[in-house]
Design a protein around this ligand. Structure first.
Ligand code: HEM
Length: 475
């Protein structure tokens, strides 16, 4: 690495004249716990299952009877695992095998040549030029969200998460299939997704204990039933699209691009069954994450009203409520800083899991083949050796080179390297636009006594939702 590593432990925050209170984070577990207690914490939520020292440690090893894992906060190790030698650290599916009934062989779960082929087809659909073409779908979904929020803008408390989920799913359906989420099939998928989440698919004992691959995985009845319902509904949309492509009437949206782009190496296309797997992950990865970031972003603006007013002023100056150009989004600098700071404090994907394919040595310690390698964005983004005032909300840090500097080594909301999120530019455009538009139209306030407690479900959510109050702003 050419840049010196930041070492800012103990530094006072240079970004603000007045210190801001810290937004909530989960209480860490005690430093020493028995295996039974650890499992109990882990089952409840992986964030509160971690000890406080991880905010300062460069590396930590955990040994359980089922697996050994190494959490890497050292920037050189993070580079090595994600970008330097990613082939030697394939994705560990241990945490995600519970999603197999829903996602099949989707790009999120595969490795090796199968994954490479999928990625060669997916990447071109998200090139920057394509984003400009998708933008009108985002704009329509954002305006629809602002209209829907009018129903709760009476100052009474409501949970923001279902609203941001509705919005993010609307964006995905419009971008993928040119249909709003109110479409009957999209609605069926929307409700089935909610039920699927309630079945807690990630809590899969067989995969967490690392049973061999040939051993059958027992998925709960509700997990299997909701996954089958979602896949059937997606198949309906895919079959309709196959017919439209054959008839030459297909809209030029993401689904058409994914289904008509051949793999440049093998010349093969995604089959309809492949598409069901891929659409499943686009819907899941694309809406869960964006919904989480937007809900936390709104809550942070409610918690820090002076900053909220600055974002609202910017939105008023840049956005004409009737129309917006794609290029205007890049002018929303304070909003972008707010969205980045939100994902620093509440990264929608809090940890990445990889597996050592061969024996390794990390910081002088043996890492046997098969060990789980954890990159924890949750801890890196709040690392006390890298970020000044790491638990404080200071969007200002994103507005100067000095403030942004730690991000080079300690900010991975979208991961990095070969497996970086293909939807990152999509998500940044959608998130910044939605935050600006909502704050242009509404004032958000917290609900006293109801600060959200972050927990890791599929993404980082509020344990009891994210409660807000909304009132219209003078325009
Ligand atoms: C704020 C929003 C988002 C965040 C924070 C986010 C974050 C991430 C992260 C961290 C990964 C890597 C996971 C891992 O390696 O274990 C990932 C993968 C992925 N994301 Fe996103 N994502 C977001 C939005 C989206 C959107 C909008 C889409 C699609 C429309 C998308 C599609 C995907 C896909 C397909 C993968 C799997 C890529 C692969 O394994 O090769 N994401 N995302």
């Amino acid at each position: 690495m050419d840049q010196p590593r930041p070492e800012t432990a103990g530094a006072t925050c240079p970004f603000a004249d007045t210190a801001r209170a810290q937004p909530p984070r989960p209480a860490p577990r005690p430093a020493h716990v028995s295996l039974v207690d650890w499992l109990r914490y882990f089952r409840r939520d992986i964030l509160s299952a971690q000890p406080e020292r991880l905010y300062r440690a460069r590396m930590a090893e955990f040994r359980t009877p089922f697996f050994r894992s190494f959490l890497c906060n050292d920037p050189d190790l993070v580079d090595l695992v994600l970008s330097g030698r990613p082939e030697d650290f394939p994705k560990s599916t241990r945490l995600f095998e519970g999603l197999a009934p829903l996602l099949g062989h989707s790009i999120f779960l595969t490795n090796g040549e199968e994954w490479r082929r999928q990625r060669r087809i997916v990447d071109p659909a998200f090139e920057s030029g394509r984003l400009r073409e998708i933008f009108p779908a985002m704009w329509d979904a954002t305006r629809a969200a602002v209209d829907r929020l009018a129903a709760v803008a009476d100052g009474r408390p409501f949970d923001a998460e279902p609203h941001t989920g509705h919005f993010a799913l609307d964006v995905i359906f419009r971008a993928l299939f040119s249909i709003p989420v109110e479409d009957a099939t999209a609605q069926d998928i929307f409700t089935a997704f909610r039920e699927h989440q309630r079945s807690r698919p990630l809590v899969n004992a067989g995969s967490l204990m690392g049973l061999p691959r040939w051993a059958p995985r027992l998925h709960g009845r509700r997990t299997r039933a909701t996954a089958a319902r979602i896949r059937k509904a997606i198949r309906t949309l895919v079959d309709q699209r196959v017919a439209q492509i054959a008839a030459g009437t297909a809209p030029d949206d993401l689904a058409t691009r994914l289904m008509t782009t051949p793999d440049p190496v093998t010349g093969t296309l995604f089959s309809p069954e492949d598409m069901v797997d891929q659409v499943g992950i686009f819907v899941l990865a694309g809406h869960e994450t964006s919904a989480s970031a937007l809900a936390w972003g709104l809550w942070l603006c409610a918690r820090f009203p002076d900053w909220q007013d600055r974002v609202a002023d910017e939105a008023r100056a840049v956005i004409d409520p009737e129309t917006i150009y794609f290029s205007n989004v890049s002018k929303l600098k304070l909003t972008r800083a707010t969205f980045n700071e939100t994902m620093r404090l509440y990264p929608p994907v809090p940890m990445l899991l990889r597996e050592a394919a061969k024996d390794e040595r990390f910081r002088g310690r043996e890492v046997p083949a098969g060990s789980q390698v954890v990159i924890s964005q949750w801890h890196l983004h709040r690392h006390e050796r890298m970020w000044p005032d790491p638990h404080g909300f200071y969007p200002e840090r994103w507005l100067s080179d000095e403030g942004r500097a730690p991000a080079r080594h300690a900010f991975y909301p979208f991961s990095a390297g070969l497996r970086v999120c293909p939807g990152s530019a999509f998500a940044m455009t959608e998130g910044v636009l939605a935050l600006a538009m909502i704050l242009r139209h509404y004032r958000v306030e917290t609900v006293p006594g109801h600060d959200p407690v972050p927990v890791a479900q599929l993404t980082v959510r509020g344990r009891d939702g994210i409660r807000l109050r909304l009132t219209p702003r003078e325009t």
